[in-house]
Design a protein around this ligand. Structure first.
Ligand SMILES: [Zn+2]
Length: 172
């Protein structure tokens, strides 16, 4: 894998990380992404997420308490549509609500993270053999424009994580 390919892969993964926080003028709404879970699908195309980890508030690091849940759409390649029940969590410390998402989904996107990464990494293109199974060309273009528009922000975000969390000092 060339350096450019590696950078693209890192950038598409960062799409998921940086879009977790969306700040509105009145209330900060953040999503909590979880990595340890089990998905259970029933015959009605409903997916239930059994959470196997404790979520903490991304704002103040307090342990979150479940408040309620809601249905969220889940689009698979081939335009197969499922519904997943996601939890809404409440932080008693900063009094914010957070939606909990499994890491196979991206905030505010109907398609799975895998599909979005495939498009941003150039693996999935509108001209591919099975392109009718993927999102429309306009959607793919919109994702690419979002990545291009946020490239510098994402790079800075990844560097910050590298320095603050992993104590990396080597420049990429
Ligand atoms: Zn909090």
């Amino acid at each position: 894998m060339t350096k450019t390919e590696k950078e693209k892969e890192t950038m598409s993964s960062a799409l998921i990380a940086t879009s977790c926080l969306t700040w509105s003028p009145v209330v900060a709404v953040a999503m909590v992404i979880i990595a340890q879970y089990r998905l259970i699908v029933n015959m009605f195309k409903q997916i239930f997420c059994e959470v196997l980890e404790t979520s903490v508030c991304p704002v103040c690091q307090e342990t979150l308490k479940p408040r309620d849940s809601r249905w969220r759409i889940w689009c698979e390649e081939g335009h197969d549509v499922f519904w997943i029940k996601v939890r809404r969590l409440y932080c008693k410390h900063c009094r914010r609500l957070h939606t909990e998402l499994p890491d196979c989904l991206s905030p505010y996107k109907h398609y799975t993270s895998e599909t979005i990464e495939g498009v941003l990494d150039g693996v999935v293109t509108p001209h591919a053999e099975q392109s009718e199974s993927y999102p429309c060309e306009a959607t793919m273009e919109r994702w690419k424009q979002w990545l291009a528009h946020n490239y510098l922000f994402i790079e800075g975000f990844l560097r910050m994580i590298g320095f603050d969390v992993y104590r990396l000092v080597k420049t990429f």
